[in-house]
Design a protein around this ligand. Sequence first.
Ligand code: SF4
Length: 274
Amino acid sequence: MSETKHEAIGAYYHTLFSAWGRQHWWPAQSRFEVIVGAYLTQNTTWTNVERALGNLRKARLLTIRGVRRTPQSKLEQLIRPAGYFRQKAQRLKTFVSFLDERYGGSLVRMFARPTAELREELLALNGVGPETADSILLYAGNHPSYVVDAYTRRILERHQIISSAASYDEIRQLFEQALAAIAANAQQSQAHGTVHLATRPRGSSHPPSAVSEVTRPPVVQVFNEMHGLLVGVGKNYCLKSQMRCDACPLREFLPTSKIPENRELKIAGLKNVD
Ligand code: SF4
């Protein structure tokens, strides 16, 4: 059964990547910007995060030094658009204090830690749950740690690949194992210069950025793309209150018993419809 699940996840990856190509996650100019974004995106939309990041950038404070030297009250005002601004400002300060005390303020030193050990350290920080820790590890640190979010869980549950009781780590390990073979093949393809990269901006893709264009180990690149691709499905088709299966690139994989009776047939106006 587990092999079947792995095969299904592999097939989802190939289908989505063929349809939408690279997603260019994470949209940021620096690794620290990824970390700040990972904190700010908790319980809010990315649009609000962008407004908060824009304020920090405009004030030239979107740096480790900037967060370190800025009084918390000023930080709170700058990140206010992202909501829970007092809590988030405190958490950003806590992260920078951790970085200073444990790694002399160096992200290079921090990310040189083995993945599992650094993951435990991040999880011990106030306000860092598994999704935030894995976002930091994967997107800022290029560590092979898969990010599981609500979209991923919803899609897998609807496709009967996991139960509603599945734990975060269970899902994370499922993806990490399933995508390992794809990464190995990608490595071979890269060696021969034959990696297929569709260029159409689909799914939840972002414009290329300094962080998204970094060369990563194949396994990290595949984890990176898969998470972005599933966000694209969750945002555009597999909504919380509506399943737009008829237009969804994953429709061929939906178990027959799960096809909704009142399927969304109106696709006009939908963005990113295949
Ligand atoms: S919209 Fe339908 S086909 Fe697409 S992922 Fe959700 S349940 Fe599957």
